[in-house]
Design a protein around this ligand. Sequence first.
Ligand SMILES: Nc1ncnc2c1ncn2[C@@H]1O[C@H](COP(=O)(O)OP(=O)(O)OP(=O)(O)O)[C@@H](O)[C@H]1O
Length: 283
Amino acid sequence: MAELTEELPQVKADKPAVPSTDVRVHPAPEPSPHPRTGTPTVIVDDLHIIYRVYGAASESEKGNAANALMRLVKRQGRPEMKEVHAVRGVSFVSYHGDAIGIIGRNGSGKSTLLRAIAGLLPPHSGAVYTDGQPSLLGVNAALMRELTGERNIVLGCYAMGMTPAQVKERYDDIVDFSGIGEFVQFPMSTYSSGMGARLRFAIASAKAHDVLLIDEALATGDREFKRKSQERIMQMRKEAGTVFLVAHNLDVIEETCNRVIWLHKGKIKMDGDPKTVLAAYNA
Ligand SMILES: Nc1ncnc2c1ncn2[C@@H]1O[C@H](COP(=O)(O)OP(=O)(O)OP(=O)(O)O)[C@@H](O)[C@H]1O
């Protein structure tokens, strides 16, 4: 804890956009089970994320086909609003050079947590502090299906803040890494899901990231691409970025990450070294 509070002022100093009054460490995040030295890259402090779903079924209607049919016949809508409490009081700290795997069953809150760290979902309560710009690379990362791979590479690189000269310099490497070959001249709508995922990863990883969040993007790649992308994640770690990786493929997590967070029903069930956490998860 002493280590954490000593380091927080550095985060505040680097991030003037966060008003100092909003930098809360109360309730303080739990110290990492594997304390590291250096500046924290991400501090997640008692984070709660709640989705509001309008038109959801009420409790009494649960699984009741007759009611559903009746509503259809009467053309009645569903005025109810339901809340889905997807992340429930998650706290942890990550450091430069961390590659953190996030595992858990379907619906345990993994993607929601990544989106919250990326700043795409507002916390219901609690807070996320990041040192540097987080970039989310998901299976649905925003590339344009109707444009060619070539156009998407150029636009994607610009969107990440590269200059025209940097795009020119990195272009061939991105195409090589993605392995899509001559398909780079075709619209992305003609790509298989694996080709699309490879191109997204190739574009996103062409730039050094302070915090890179990868949501299952490696799931559709073949074995060779998985090996290349794992190597690239290792390289990013060496360059002292922080990588978060959501994957159902536990081998990828074990081979790539130095730490694993196991989410269960929106809460951290375990946070530690990959061997220990994966053994408990598989038990
Ligand atoms: N846009 C949304 N609106 C309402 N509820 C949502 C939304 N997105 C996710 N949820 C709910 O939040 C909970 C956590 O979902 P999330 O997608 O974060 O889980 P996950 O662990 O990534 O799941 P998976 O492994 O299946 O991808 C689930 O109950 C899900 O139904």
